[in-house]
Design a protein around this ligand. Structure first.
Ligand code: ATP
Ligand code: MG
Length: 390
């Protein structure tokens, strides 16, 4: 008998001929997340991955959080496994699991059995019934409830038999890197970290660009962004952070633009720099944390004016989410507490009192053309970046 962690994956299993690419990515991501802990490795089972300890016992408290945070996983289950699938052995292992995990438990249980080899002498119902009877006969205080049990004990027959009663949910999605690479505009706010996470969850490797405006923005805002990246990297949801000095562009725009157009112009310049960085680093899309209608620069007309500055597709994973939904996600992925620290990023300085919510693209382009040196500053900003690896 061996203590292991059984890993379930969902959508990866549906990917037909490309399945091996998705699987290899997923295994690589799990390996990456546990690489700093000596003595654990991954092996394959029919339809499952198994994390094993070179020598027992298995430290679930240490390993489970590292594995459960890998994108593309449905769940993971601390379990015992054995090669001997004889019914007597299975009965004894199940009894051992129940007595060991729930000593002196008063309550109800149910057995759920599955078989990947249909040649096994008992079918799933017979197997579940046999195990259930063995547990009933050898414990006190436990009774069967098929509808609403306190404990569901699962017996999976694969190359080995797996026995478990606890399932820790993962995030689902696709393994990072299986669907290309995208460049996210990452601020120190609540929204864009969630947008990065959701994009990574759909299999994109995310690189991020942060626009810094010293001395108008505090060093602490940059620290927030770095802390957010470190948090996102636990899900392998971020690969790299590019920090762009945006002060000159911001001052130039402020000086030469009517106040109500300031934010749109600023965002267009951000997009241009981000697109240049994206092209240079093989990214195929830009990601932002905009949510439709949240603020003046997020009306459909404003978003259209912003997107017209670039040709690359701009993906907004939060388009349809309310602030409350975004906040809940931010809490779940643990970026929220970092984002609400008080130091603001560049979008909150020089904010106009009455921003234009229906900007005309042609008018914006005219203003931009009149700002001498703006494109040169944009090129320079994209050339002069500080890179952090995660
Ligand atoms: P967030 O919470 O992500 O900051 P927000 O609701 O505050 O978003 P805005 O400040 O208008 O909205 O920003 C909209 C989007 O523009 C952000 O989600 C982000 O993608 C991008 N963005 C804004 N400021 C920056 C910045 N300083 N660096 C990089 N991207 C930025
Ligand atoms: Mg913001």
């Amino acid at each position: 008998m061996e203590e292991v962690l059984l890993v379930k994956f969902g959508e990866v299993a549906l990917k037909g001929q490309n399945r091996y690419i998705f699987e290899n990515r997923l295994i690589a991501a799990i390996e990456n997340n546990i690489k700093d802990i000596a003595g654990y490795f991954i092996s394959r089972e029919i339809g499952r991955y198994i994390v094993r300890a070179e020598t027992g016992p298995f430290d679930y408290d240490l390993i489970v959080p590292k594995v459960a945070s890998v994108l593309g996983l449905v769940s993971c289950c601390p379990c015992i496994r054995d090669f001997d699938k004889d019914i007597e052995n299975i009965n004894n292992l199940c009894l051992f699991h129940m007595q060991n995990k729930y000593p002196n438990k008063q309550g109800t249980f149910k057995i759920k059995a599955t078989r990947s080899h249909k040649t096994y002498p008992l079918n799933s119902q017979e197997l579940a019934a046999a195990v259930g009877k063995h547990i009933l006969d050898n414990t006190e205080g436990l009774t069967v409830s098929l509808t609403n049990p306190d404990i569901t004990l699962i017996v999976e027959l694969r190359n080995y038999v797996y026995i478990y009663s606890e399932e820790i949910k993962g995030f689902g999605g696709l393994p990072v890197g299986s669907c290309g690479r995208a460049m996210a505009l990452l601020s120190s706010g609540i929204d864009s970290p969630v947008a990065c996470f959701l994009t990574a969850k759909r299999g994109c490797l995310v690189e991020a660009v942060y626009f810094d405006s010293p001395p108008y923005t505090s060093e602490r805002a940059l620290i927030k962004v770095k802390d957010i990246c470190a948090t996102l990297s636990a899900y392998t949801a971020i690969a790299r952070l590019y920090v762009v000095n945006f002060t000159d562009i911001q001052l130039k725009i402020k000086e030469k633009t009517p106040q109500d157009k300031f934010t749109i112009m600023l965002k267009r310049s951000m997009m241009r720099v981000a697109e240049r960085l994206a092209v240079k680093n093989n990214c195929d899309a830009l990601i932002t944390g905009d949510s439709i209608g949240q603020v003046a620069s997020q009306t459909l007309k404003s978003l259209a004016a912003i997107d017209a500055a670039v040709t690359m597709p701009v993906i907004r994973p939060l388009s349809g989410l309310d602030k409350q939904e975004i906040t809940q996600l931010a809490q779940k992925i643990k970026t929220y507490d970092i984002s609400i620290r008080p130091f603001e990023d560049c979008c909150t300085i020089f904010i106009p009192k009455h921003p234009d919510t229906k900007p005309k693209i042609s008018a914006i382009e005219n203003f931009e053309r009149r700002i001498q040196g703006l494109m040169e500053l944009t090129d320079a900003a994209a050339e002069n970046v500080t890179v952090y690896e995660y």
